[in-house]
Write a protein that binds this ligand. Structure first.
Ligand code: GLY
Length: 425
């Protein structure tokens, strides 16, 4: 089988690594990939946003399966373009990807089908939005409707902060069309988990629960990022919690989409808060999480290409998914300044040393090979992961591997998975 992976982050490196372990895979391509992916796959100089370029490449190279990593090409309709030409592609169509592409649409879907979510309302008018704040108690959650490069969600401590966030979207148009509408939500307390599932539009196969760390700094301080680390499984997410999440969130969401005439194939990502009243949906995404994929895929006991093909061919109900015992912990190494502007081109040392440690995998994100060296090329540079018999062992190994790697300005959180060991998660 010839597989094309679209994207160039840590998630896509983890996908390449797992797909490449299958005997049925002859050849891997990645567009555009990164330096780490380049060791496993042929890099294609086409960006993840270049839909005509990707379609043309997949057609020319007779690709048997295209796997789309990031949300932007899904929301822009890459799957529709490929499917209309009869090309096998893993991921939801443009219409189905609205579950991530429009937060307002996703919330309304929850409301129509009784899927538990925080109380919320959508606005395109500043005055009504601000008036609604009186109906909620602080803190307030203000979300731009569309995709805003991970910067569209603000947790405002008081009404003044919430007003600034609303005005940034609706008046200053900081996020362009993505902020033409805002969603204002109540803040719900609990344990945040990522619940992803593979689906063919009917059958749902939940993936192991994971936890993502969104803030840049230790103790959940600093700005929101794409994710600074993750672990799987989640100690408080036992079999009963997993069953409840499948029963009240994942399966109903797929059913709701089908009832509305939308066949959702791919990964459905639920960002959930486990509250004292049960799970509530904070967000849905239309793809694997990053860095969640990097800690969930290493624990997968299954043939990944078969599962992805089953999802798009509609026979996922014939497959089961199992998970290795123990835990996986991933720590993101970022460039100084991330999630703001960063400098790139900094040589990275110690990669082979780190990757040589037992049970360690170093997944590349913002890296590029230049003159025989690997140099930084973005904000999130690497996800250093390790497996262990428990969270403590996995965490110790991951941080030991981090200590072997260096680049100018390297920044990372030191508290990834600390809560898992203390039994607080
Ligand atoms: N780590 C969060 C996300 O992938 O959306």
């Amino acid at each position: 089988m010839r597989i094309l992976i679209v994207g160039g982050g840590g998630r896509e490196h983890a996908l390449c690594w797992r797909l490449g372990q299958s005997a049925s895979v002859d050849r891997l391509y990645a567009a555009p990939g990164n330096a780490g992916i380049g060791e496993l796959a042929t890099l294609v100089h086409v960006s993840a946003g270049d839909i005509p370029g990707l379609v043309e490449f997949a057609e020319r190279e007779s690709i048997d399966l295209t796997v789309v990593g990031p949300e932007a090409p899904l929301v822009a309709g890459l799957v529709d373009e490929m499917e209309s030409r009869g090309m096998p592609v893993f991921g939801p169509t443009r219409e189905a990807a609205r579950i991530e592409g429009s937060k307002v649409w996703a919330r309304e879907l929850c409301q129509r089908h009784g899927i538990p979510a925080p109380r919320s309302r959508a606005f395109d008018d500043v005055h009504s939005a601000i008036a609604f704040l009186d109906e909620l108690s602080p803190p307030y959650v203000v979300k731009a409707d569309g995709i805003a490069a991970g910067k569209g969600v603000v947790i405002a401590e008081d009404q003044a902060e919430a007003r600034v966030a609303v005005e940034a979207c609706l008046v200053q148009r900081m996020f362009g069309d993505a902020g033409l509408r805002v969603l204002i939500e109540e803040f719900v307390e609990g344990t945040e988990v990522t619940a992803m599932a593979l689906t063919d539009g009917r059958a749902v196969r939940p993936l192991a629960l994971s936890r993502d760390y969104k803030r840049a700094l230790d103790d959940d301080q600093g700005p929101n990022t794409g994710g600074m680390g993750a672990y799987s499984p989640v100690p408080s997410g036992g079999a009963d919690v997993e069953a409840e999440i499948e029963e009240v969130v994942l399966a109903p969401a797929v059913r709701a989409l089908e009832e509305e005439g939308i066949r959702y194939r791919g990964v459905l990502y639920g960002g959930l808060m486990l509250t004292k009243d049960g799970p509530k949906v904070l967000e849905f995404n239309c793809r694997f999480g990053d860095p969640e994929a990097q800690v969930v895929l290493p624990r997968l006991v299954a043939n990944l290409p078969e599962l992805l093909l089953a999802s798009l061919e509609g026979n996922l109900s014939h497959y089961q998914v199992a998970w290795a015992e123990g835990a996986c912990v991933g720590v993101v190494l970022a460039s100084a300044g991330y999630p703001g502007p960063v400098e790139t081109g900094r040589p990275i040392s110690g990669l082979a040393d780190a990757a040589g440690l037992p049970q360690v995998q170093v997944f590349h994100a913002g890296t590029v090979a230049r003159d025989g060296r690997v140099v930084t090329a973005g904000g999130r540079v690497l996800t250093v992961t390790a497996l262990g018999k428990d969270h403590e062992e996995a965490r110790t190994r991951a941080y030991e591997a981090c200590s072997r790697i260096n680049f100018d300005g390297m920044a990372y959180r030191k508290d990834i998975a600390a809560d898992a060991m203390e039994g607080a998660a």
